[in-house]
Design a protein around this ligand. Structure first.
Ligand SMILES: CCCCC/C=C\C/C=C\C/C=C\C/C=C\CCCC(=O)SCCNC(=O)CCNC(=O)[C@H](O)C(C)(C)COP(=O)(O)OP(=O)(O)OC[C@H]1O[C@@H](n2cnc3c(N)ncnc32)[C@H](O)[C@@H]1OP(=O)(O)O
Length: 401
């Protein structure tokens, strides 16, 4: 059926924003979610005001269902079957962070390999049989702040290595990331020990990260990089910082509660494409916002989000300058333009990261892009792009007069 008809009155748009809100809430509260996209609901109790209610469409005797990831399925779905699937999702860990559609089983279905004419009670078994087909929303890497986490453990499915971050890692100036939470990280090129590892990260310890998604075509599939904290002394603020929007008046409980800037360090010189890649990631900001920065109740004001982006890009310039050895003597970098797209409500009191990428440099003009996303990368709250211009300091002052 054409999208235009399916989306009459913006029905699908509304559903999409509902799903985004669910994901966003799940991210912010640390719980998981399952999103079920049933076909047209048929069968009792006929509470809808639609044709299926008018004609008391029963939906056939079979309780069998077809499930498939994404939203390609089209058909009816019995209400009681859908309710059963909801219960199964609640009880089944395999259904965590999964999005799938379901409709009534039809023997002629083209999706035969994913189809089973079974009772609704066995629907979960279908999910379990086809986990790989389920749409897991891990569109980015999962990253962990090792500076703040208490002990976290992840078991790998294939080699049974566990990664544990002990409280001794608190206040570390480094940050690791991995695209699959079950893959292991290594420190000093040695795999971390098994359960309850208590190692600390030595100063300037490079971390080896496996399985980096966007750069996985390097020769040995291993990328060496880590993130180093840029502003570790933000508690010890300078007078400059006291008048700075983020570290000054907007800093504190209920306001901007954390704004830790990390620069990305590539350590693998054998693979210069990592450095040359465009857009290349320069900076990650680990942040937390309080509950006094809202526009609508409970939702962070878009202007605040723009500020968070602008600042992150300022720091990204600093990283770029260090890497590319840009000569900026007598110059100052300023934002010439900043475009922000707000994708999902960024809830008050949440934690998130901003990732900043360098897109292009043309003379004095530097183009960045950035994402504000949940820490595990599953929800993008906002995206931004900007032009920063290197301007002569004396020229700026002349304009002031
Ligand atoms: C955080 C503090 C702690 C300190 C720690 C120590 C170290 C910190 C390290 C890092 C720093 C960290 C954070 C930094 C903090 C945050 C960053 C915030 C930055 C800001 O929040 S800063 C305030 C807002 N910002 C302004 O206050 C700018 C006002 N503005 C102007 O001052 C001029 O407008 C200017 C300079 C932009 C241009 O003026 P100009 O005379 O120099 O140059 P001109 O006009 O010739 O433009 C040259 C080429 O840019 C193109 N161009 C210009 N503007 C454009 C636009 N809007 N759109 C598209 N293209 C544009 C032209 O078309 C031309 O292009 P082309 O060369 O191809 O023809």
């Amino acid at each position: 059926m054409p999208f235009l008809i399916l989306n009459l009155f913006g029905v699908l748009d509304a559903k999409r924003s509902g799903e985004d809100a669910v994901k966003s809430y799940a991210m912010n509260s640390g719980c998981s979610y399952s999103i079920i996209r049933p076909g047209r609901l048929v069968g009792g109790p006929y509470t809808n005001l639609d044709l299926a209610t008018l004609f008391q469409v029963e939906g056939g005797a079979s309780n069998g269902v077809t499930v498939q990831s994404g939203d390609a399925l089209l058909g009816d779905c019995k209400r009681d079957v859908c309710a059963e699937a909801v219960l199964q999702c609640l009880e089944n860990r395999e259904c965590e962070d999964v999005v799938f559609s379901m409709h009534r089983f039809r023997a002629s279905s083209a999706t035969a390999s994913m189809t089973a004419g079974v009772s609704a009670a066995a629907a979960a078994a279908i999910f379990l049989s086809y986990p790989a087909r389920m749409e897991r929303d891990h569109h980015h890497d999962v990253q962990y702040s090792i500076s703040r986490e208490t002990i976290q453990q992840h078991t790998t499915s294939n080699n049974n290595i566990m990664t544990a971050w002990s409280s001794s890692l608190l206040d570390s100036n480094y940050w690791l990331r991995s695209n699959i939470p079950t893959k292991c990280e290594a420190v000093n090129n040695k795999k971390m020990d098994t359960v309850n590892n208590n190692k600390t990260f030595a100063s300037n310890t490079p971390a080896t990260v496996y399985g980096e998604e966007e750069e996985s075509n390097s020769a040995n599939g291993r990328i060496n990089y880590y993130y180093k904290r840029m502003n570790p002394n933000d508690v010890d603020r300078t007078s400059l910082m006291e008048s700075h929007a983020i570290f000054g008046p907007l800093w504190g409980e209920g306001l901007i509660e954390r704004y830790h800037v990390y620069k990305r360090i590539n350590t693998n010189n054998e693979h210069p494409q990592i450095v040359l890649q465009s857009p290349r990631e320069l900076t990650v900001v680990d942040l937390k916002v309080g509950k006094k920065l809202n526009g609508h109740d409970g939702i962070i004001h878009g202007g605040i989000i723009s500020l968070l982006f602008d600042e992150a890009m300022g720091w990204a310039y600093e990283c770029l300058q260090q890497q590319d050895q840009i000569d900026s003597s007598g110059m100052i970098i300023v934002t010439a333009n900043l475009t922000v797209n707000f994708r999902a409500p960024f809830l008050a009191g949440s934690e998130a990261v901003i990732r900043v990428y360098h897109n292009e440099t043309k003379g004095r003009k530097i183009y960045f892009s950035a994402r504000l996303e949940s820490k595990d990368g599953r929800v993008v709250f906002a995206e931004a792009s900007s032009l920063f211009v290197l301007a002569r300091k004396d020229k700026l002052r002349m304009k002031e007069r």
